[in-house]
Design a binder for this molecule. Structure first.
Ligand SMILES: [Zn+2]
Length: 480
């Protein structure tokens, strides 16, 4: 038997002032595509051959340039056309939060074009990120859809293996089933739906219980994605029956899961400590232990923000008698990075840091000493050995402040990313990172972690987002 595999990951933040194009993708084909998807063992164990199509991962980025998307999609379709007589099933990782110029959701487009080629019955299994948007048409044309449970996505690999296993079982004993969908009138940000916290913890436990029922193949609750205006935005439920006879029962389970989540809508809240920027700084600098992490949540690069904002840096520069060691990890400024890159370690130089794109990214003039140079490596489900960007760490003269000036907005979320470049978090009292909720690795070491409610492309106040195309009424925009 043969299964075609492919992956398309793009989280399109429409507030990012640049289109996502081919250069923004980590692309892989053939053997490398299979390696990056990390599901080869499951199919081999089940005696199933893999036909790779494309692995295209831009992570969190902007709205996708139409030609870029059409190229990526064409590889999925070409692979199917060339192997149409061979393929027994299709295994896809489609993140779910892409937005393509003129086309809308790229994920939905890919599935609908694939269905045009293979018809309604060929088994298609999709793994997705819970921070994606689904629709009835999309879900019902998939055979199996299952999202990660945990946010941050510590169960990404396990979910890929689990869904690959489900597809293998289905291929050995074919059933005429499809996923069942329910749309919730609920819109949530990722920072209000961390899975180590309630109510997500209970929702996940409830779904684990539902999946123990032999009539149910899988259950998912999708948080949704809120960084572009789209009619498919919002939370949703997906339930997959085990057999054709269980299809009606799956509808019933979907209704129960819908009610379970809906009844908890008032319980969603920011995880951990959140504060207005000035209060966050005050708390961090008066705190005894170290290190303290402050997240610049309005400039969250893990949600596609540019990482350009100098707003918090400028606030710290204005503090008097700063006697704590501070690290900004990092601030993205490609032009200043290029200037610094030509300098030697220990050299002193005057720089302007900040891209001046808007008020938040306003530049500051600084005299700095070059401390170190390093690479921005992968984290979590990315390849940890792969280099995604670079930085120069500078000390601002006559201050205890260091800034990692980066050439792109690659996130720093794990200690290994710093340690491999000899940056020791123990050396600092306060560390500023461009995230929303603090990532688990930093949370473990942070004596105090505060999410600063800063302004920016990833503004946290969901009810203030300017949506025109979403379904209404929608909680919490409307009080239902
Ligand atoms: Zn996600």
């Amino acid at each position: 038997m043969y299964v075609m595999v492919g992956e398309f990951v793009t989280e399109s933040n429409a507030n990012v002032p640049k289109k996502c194009n081919l250069k923004d993708y980590d692309l892989a084909f053939d053997k490398e595509c299979i390696q990056k998807m990390r599901v080869e063992d499951v199919f081999m164990r089940n005696g199933i051959n893999i036909i790779p199509s494309i692995y295209a991962n831009a992570g969190a980025s902007g709205v996708v340039d139409k030609n870029t998307f059409i190229y990526i999609e064409s590889i999925f379709l070409k692979t199917i056309k060339e192997n149409i007589r061979k393929i027994d099933g299709i295994f896809l990782m489609l993140h779910g939060a892409s937005e393509i110029e003129e086309l809308g959701s790229g994920d939905h487009h890919i599935l609908s074009e694939i269905r045009k080629l293979v018809g309604p019955y060929l088994p298609i299994a999709i793994v997705c990120d819970p921070h994606g948007n689904l629709s009835k048409e999309y879900v019902e044309s998939a055979t199996i859809i299952r999202s990660y449970r945990e946010s941050p996505h510590t169960d990404a690999d396990q979910t890929m293996w689990h869904v690959a296993d489900l597809l293998c079982e289905l291929l050995k004993k074919r059933q005429n089933i499809h996923a069942v969908y329910r749309k919730l009138p609920l819109i949530l940000g990722g920072e209000q739906s961390v899975s180590t916290d309630e109510p997500v913890k209970s929702i996940n436990q409830y779904m684990n219980k539902l999946e123990k029922d032999p009539r149910i193949m899988s259950c998912s609750w999708h948080v949704g994605y809120i960084r572009h205006d789209t009619s498919v935005a919002g939370s949703s439920i997906v339930v997959v029956p085990s057999t054709q006879e269980d299809q009606i029962y799956a509808e019933e389970v979907a209704d129960n899961l819908y009610s379970y989540v809906w009844d908890k809508r008032h319980e969603f809240h920011y995880t951990g400590l959140t504060a207005k920027p000035d209060d966050a700084i005050e708390m961090a600098f008066s705190f005894e232990g170290k290190p303290v992490f402050i997240t610049d949540s309005g400039d969250n690069v893990t949600s596609g923000s540019t990482g350009w904002n100098t707003f918090l840096l400028r606030k710290i520069l204005n503090l008097n008698n700063l006697n704590k060691k501070v690290l900004f990890a990092s601030i993205c400024d490609p032009m200043t990075y290029q200037l610094l890159e030509r300098m030697e370690i220990g050299q002193e130089v005057s720089i302007r840091l900040g891209t001046n794109f808007d008020e938040l990214s306003k530049s500051v003039e600084l005299d700095v000493i070059i401390k170190s140079k390093g690479n921005l490596n992968g984290f979590m489900m990315h390849d940890n050995e792969k280099v995604f960007g670079h930085y120069i760490n500078v000390q601002i003269k006559e201050t205890p402040i260091e800034v990692m000036v980066a050439d792109n907005n690659w996130a720093i979320c794990e200690i290994q990313q710093l340690e491999r470049n000899q940056i020791n978090i123990e050396d600092y009292d306060v560390i500023f990172v461009k995230q929303g909720y603090i990532f688990p690795d930093f949370k473990k070491y942070g004596k105090l972690c505060i999410m600063a409610l800063t302004d920016g492309a990833t503004l946290q106040d969901t009810s203030a987002l300017p949506f025109k195309r979403i379904m209404r009424p929608m909680y919490p925009i409307d009080n239902i």
